[in-house]
Design a protein around this ligand. Structure first.
Ligand code: WT7
Length: 650
């Protein structure tokens, strides 16, 4: 059965940047006929160049690709300085704290705050172009200043999500050989203070490359100060000069690293460079959210993830928009909080994750009715496939059946959206990412032949030509970069970028993402490698073997299901205690975000005779599905039934 189709709102479409599918098709045709002409045009139109580029793209060393060579620019200047003539008193950032405290930061204030921060890093800490700076911060404006200050002086930032543990933070600091850590004492969540600085202290114990730590005092709780290493932002910032010349950067100078999970235990440092990244961040803001000069745009992500990078900070500021930043959680003090904020700030574009939509739906189905949401024009979703019931509620109750829902498909590595509806042009279908954006040659390919799949056949979601905001490398590991993304699919004999996701076309050519094809799971929109969680669990001294799989979860999308074989065969003394002990190890190694939803202490794991764990069987058991595949070739087929019974009786 085909899905219902919702046409774009006519009034909205009239003033949209891309007004109909003809315009979309024209753009896509232009890009496919004159790829470099298309991108060169936009790079000239959208960016302020200190020196113009001389070459649009060089793919002679594919997949190591260079965009806009010869060009010089500064990303912080793109986001701030060039707006000062026309927008100096416009709100750049509207901040709302967990407890309802508010701040409005104009573009001129942003300019001064970022410059002071940049001077502090440069003059007090000696941070230079190319140095790595780790940011471990809550959702406060200073986090955005920190990112832009790095960009201003050419330092490479690497943000680590505040939910990661000291071990995870240490790994990322070590891998990037960071010189400085920017953090806060902590922040507030549900009206209570929580702490970050103690985590940094633990992460820096023993040998470290980190020389200085800057602490923003947000919640004022007591923390330890290490003399000569730790400095108070609040004390130092006031006396910094408000002018700081921006570093002249090459188009391909690195802008940031962001660690993400892959199918092996070690997270990879995804590298994005300057010009291509900021160009696509800005273009997608304009096309996909269609933000207008007086609009107020709100993305609820955390800056610790790529969505926060591209669609809270870099994209909105590059286009001169007003971006809302929120410290709290969407369900506190109740599940009407986001709608209260939409009413209060007259939000025009609201961008969130399916997991949040499901929570808000479940906990506050009627909450949207209590607020005036008439300012809303575009609703966005990202991070995982959204289920039709959540989509319907979002469309009807939040968007009053008049807002487009942009189901934006992309990932850390793509820098910005790659497949998404355009709100004024694309007739949308529920839970469907629809079509590649103009300029993006995204195609679903059959991995065996490299041919485009037929409608209804699942294939691999690929991008067949490099685009400006494509990942430029895995930090310190060129081989892993090539292998992870360009090893699996070839089109016309040439390797193409493979996202790791499966996808399918419907009869109208619409793309629906079906989910990961590798051992990566998506928990509340957070990407976790099962191998990473397994590596953590294995650190428990009594664990002999472990296999982690994803299991459908009402709210989180996927939950974490672990099968564990213990070393001691005299049974488990106390299962509750044992589960607690396992979760404590995960908490220490990765953080609370990776805690298991289910743990089964299995007598063994289903393995082939060559020792390969059959995860497909474990996934089926976790879901409570009947096992259909042949298990007679397993090393010990009886283990399957034993595990099945254990799971059933849970
Ligand atoms: C993975 C990327 C992109 C920012 C947030 C997560 C899944 C993302 C969608 C969507 C279905 C989606 C994919 C992708 N994903 N957006 N609209 N529909 N699935 O970034 O941590 O790099 O995760 O999230 O599986 O590969 P990330």
């Amino acid at each position: 059965m085909s899905k219902p189709v919702y046409k774009p709102n006519k009034e909205f479409a009239k003033n949209a940047r891309i007004k109909n599918m003809c315009e979309y098709n024209d753009l896509q045709e232009w890009a496919s006929e004159d790829y470099e002409g298309f991108w060169g045009h936009y790079a000239n139109e959208k960016l302020d160049w200190i020196e113009p580029f001389t070459n649009v793209m060089d793919e002679s060393n594919f997949p190591f690709v260079k965009w806009f060579e010869g060009g010089k620019l500064n990303v912080a200047a793109q986001c701030i300085d060039r707006h000062l003539d026309t927008r100096k008193n416009k709100a750049a950032i509207i901040f709302e704290g967990d407890r309802g405290d508010k701040q409005i930061i104009t573009y001129l204030e942003l300019y001064y705050n970022v410059n002071r921060f940049a001077n502090l890093l440069k003059k007090k800490f000696g941070v230079k172009k190319g140095d790595r700076v780790v940011i471990y911060m809550p959702m406060i404006p200073e986090a955005a200043y920190a990112m832009l200050a790095c960009a201003r002086i050419g330092a490479i930032h690497s943000i680590v999500f505040g939910g990661f543990s000291a071990e995870a933070l240490r790994d990322r600091i070590e891998d990037a050989e960071a010189k400085v850590v920017l953090t806060a004492d902590g922040a507030y969540r549900k009206d209570k203070p929580y702490m970050l600085k103690p985590v940094v202290d633990t992460a820096l114990e023993g040998d470290t490359t980190v020389e200085k730590v800057l602490v923003v005092e947000r919640n004022g709780e007591d923390i330890e100060w290490v003399a000569g290493r730790d400095y108070s932002y609040n004390e130092l910032i006031e006396t910094q000069d408000v002018h700081c010349e921006s570093e002249v950067m090459d188009s391909e100078d690195p802008l940031f690293l962001l660690y993400t999970s892959g199918s092996t235990g070690k997270p990879k440092g995804v590298q994005h460079n300057s010009a291509g990244y900021i160009l696509w961040a800005q273009m997608t803001m304009e096309w996909v959210f269609d933000v207008k000069e007086n609009d107020t745009y709100w993305c609820t992500a955390d800056i610790g993830w790529i969505t926060g990078h591209t669609y809270i900070v870099y994209g909105p500021l590059a286009m001169g928009a007003t971006t809302v930043m929120f410290e709290g959680v969407p369900t506190y003090p109740d599940a009407g909080r986001p709608w209260k904020m939409v009413e209060e700030y007259k939000i025009n574009q609201f961008y969130t994750a399916p997991t949040a939509i499901r929570v808000l739906h479940k906990m506050g189905e009627d909450e949207p009715k209590k607020y005036d949401l008439s300012s809303l024009k575009v609703l966005g979703t990202v991070g995982e496939p959204i289920d039709p019931p959540a989509w319907k509620w979002y469309y009807e109750e939040v968007g009053a059946s008049k807002c487009a829902i942009v189901d934006t498909y992309w990932q850390t590595e793509t820098g910005g959206h790659i497949v998404s509806p355009l709100p004024g042009a694309t007739p949308i279908k529920p839970a469907c990412a629809t079509f590649p954006l103009p300029g993006i040659m995204a195609e679903i390919l059959d991995p065996a032949t490299g041919e485009r799949v037929e409608a209804g056949e699942t294939g691999y979601m690929c991008v067949t030509r490099p685009w400006p905001s494509m990942i430029r490398g895995v930090w310190g590991d060129a081989e892993r970069f090539v292998k992870s993304y360009f090893g699996d699919v070839k089109k016309d004999g040439k390797p193409v970028y493979f996202t790791g996701d499966g996808a399918v076309y419907d009869e109208d050519g619409y793309i629906t993402i079906t989910g990961r094809t590798d051992d990566v799971i998506n928990v509340s929109g957070h990407r976790m490698g099962t191998a990473e969680i397994e590596a953590a669990i294995k650190k428990h001294p009594n664990v002999a073997e472990v296999a982690v799989v994803g299991k459908p979860h009402d709210i989180k999308g996927e939950g974490i299901f672990a099968y564990i074989v213990l070393k001691s065969d005299d049974g488990i003394a106390d299962e509750v205690e044992e589960v607690k002990a396992i979760n404590n190890v995960i908490k220490k190694e990765i953080g609370n975000i990776a805690l298991c939803d289910d743990i089964v202490f299995a007598p063994g794991l289903p393995k082939t005779r060559s020792g390969k764990i059959m995860r497909r069987i474990l996934r089926s058991i976790a879901k409570g599905e009947a096992i259909t595949q042949d298990i007679s070739t397993l090393e010990d087929p009886s283990v399957v039934e034993k595990i099945e019974n254990m799971v059933k009786s849970k």
